[in-house]
Write a protein that binds this ligand. Structure first.
Ligand code: PLP
Length: 473
């Protein structure tokens, strides 16, 4: 009786715990979400890529105290769209070149909707055979596209930071197992020391992962790099079976690749575990034109990459891949009497999380939309756009600081002050969006072309805006 009373007082749209036709509950709000999504995407061409200050100020309308009484989902969606949508960054416009942000392919976006409707917990097969099969398939397709050894397995996680963390947890397990130390159960206190070697330009995500694993952010041996950020093979210290060597395939600033063929065979022969952070760069393997850049990385022991960067699977999706997946399993799996698992692969045995979203589904959909050829073409098209940016900026008299090997460009507009002023001006102009960086002592603008949406016209429009703003300032 009490429940019926509270259900009635909540109103039809907000009934909690009372069975009704589910379409009555979800339909109107999903239709509103669909309409808002379509309108949002249609508006991409017209609006500035940056956010407007008054739109950001409007977000205050989303704060305020949590109300006592339930609210109608449609009202909530209306407000979310009215106040939230205008304050988003127009990442889907094709003229967003910040960080290394991929777009979201239509199949992946549709799949994300379906994943929400399914509301699966992707931890164990018994909770979602669908999530498990799609995740396994996406992992296998990724393995193939990256040219990694058969038998390689792994985990779908939130991004390259967690992918590096997971793969390095497998590395830590494997090296300690050889030393007869059970690191998962006994921890690091009193453990024999491991040594971690990275390049001087390793991404901070790797350093963070090492800190989380108790291996220390600052205990790392950093190998000197060249002017593109590539590890210098001649400067590598002696390696042994207590060493984890972290290489990079695709520097976040320059796009450069460590010289894998010179390093990996010797490192593995010395007994070191070789890990590769290839958040975006490893996908160059999918292109016949760029495949030469990744040769040698396939000989490593583990790899971290992202679905949400070059494959455009939408946020969030990263992949940890390990040559001997049992090492990852040993680092991640746990037992409990209520967990009834079978003979087949259980996703949660390989991931840091237990309950998790079925994020492998969007990657599966994105890779299917692209196909093998489409993934290669995406790498080639975005890299050609990057070259066009570099050529155009050079021709206009500006200094391109990197060899444009893939989809990353670094440009200086002169002094530090002038470069920062120009970047600010470009962001304010709103035609496109690029961020800043400091590359080996020089302040620069970063251009990362990672979205499937970007066209030649987007590049020309953006280039013209960059040059105009730089000349005005
Ligand atoms: C080389 C490299 N590693 C790691 C990361 C971190 O990736 P995520 O943001 O997906 O965790 C990035 C991000 O740009 C990257 O470029």
């Amino acid at each position: 009786m009490a429940m019926l009373h509270s259900a009635m007082s909540l109103g039809a749209g907000a009934v909690a715990g009372v069975k009704q036709n589910l379409y009555d509950q979800y339909g109107p709000v999903l239709e509103r979400a669909l309409g808002a999504s379509v309108e949002y995407l249609q508006g991409m061409e017209e609006r500035p890529v940056r956010t407007e200050a008054d739109a950001v100020a409007g977000l205050e309308g989303l704060r305020g105290p949590l109300q006592d009484s339930p609210e109608d989902p449609e009202v909530i969606l209306e407000q979310l769209d009215r106040l939230g949508s205008p304050a988003t960054v127009a990442k889907n416009s094709g003229r967003y070149f910040g960080f290394v942000n991929g777009g979201c392919l239509p199949a992946a976006m549709g799949a994300a909707w379906l994943v929400s409707a399914w509301d699966q917990n992707a931890s164990f097969r018994v909770q979602s055979p669908t999530a498990a099969v799609l995740e396994e398939t996406a992992l296998e397709w990724t393995r193939e596209l990256l040219g990694l050894p058969s038998g390689t397995g792994g985990a779908v996680v939130t991004g390259a930071t967690m992918a590096n963390f997971s793969a390095l947890a497998a590395a830590r397990h494997a090296l300690y197992e050889r030393l007869g130390w059970d690191v998962e159960n006994h921890g690091l206190m009193g453990a024999p020391e491991l040594r971690v070697v990275t390049g001087g330009e390793a991404h901070p995500a790797v350093t963070k992962a090492l800190g989380l694993l108790g291996l220390g952010r600052n205990r790392v041996v950093r190998v000197p790099v060249d002017g593109q950020g590539r590890m210098r093979a001649d400067a590598l210290p002696a390696l042994d079976e207590r060493t984890i060597l972290c290489l990079q395939a695709g520097n976040v600033n320059t796009g450069a690749f460590d010289p894998a063929t010179e390093i990996v065979p010797a490192a593995r022969a010395a007994g070191a575990w070789v890990h590769v952070d290839g958040a975006f760069g490893l996908w160059a393997t999918a292109s016949p034109q760029y495949r030469h850049l990744t040769v040698g990385f396939e000989q490593a022991d583990s790899w971290a990459t992202d679905g949400h960067k070059w494959p455009n699977s939408g946020y969030d999706c990263g992949l940890a891949l390990v040559r001997e997946p049992q090492q990852l399993r040993a680092a991640m799996s746990i037992d409990a009497p209520y967990l009834v698992t079978g003979e087949q692969r259980e996703p949660a045995d390989y991931t840091p999380e237990f309950s998790r979203r079925a994020r492998g589904v969007e990657l599966w959909a994105a890779l299917r939309q692209l196909g093998r050829r489409g993934m290669g073409a995406l790498v080639e098209r975005t890299s050609a756009h990057a070259r066009r940016f570099a050529d155009g900026l050079r021709a206009a008299g500006f200094d391109v600081l990197n060899e444009v090997v893939i989809n990353q460009v670094l440009v200086s507009f002169g002094s530090r002050e002038k470069t920062l002023r120009t970047i600010e001006g470009i962001q304010q102009d709103g035609t496109c969006w690029c961020g800043s960086t400091v590359w080996q002592g020089r302040t620069a603008m970063r251009i990362s072309v990672s979205s499937w949406v970007t066209t030649e016209e987007d590049v020309e429009r953006s280039l013209a805006a960059m040059i105009r703003v730089a000349r005005e300032g």
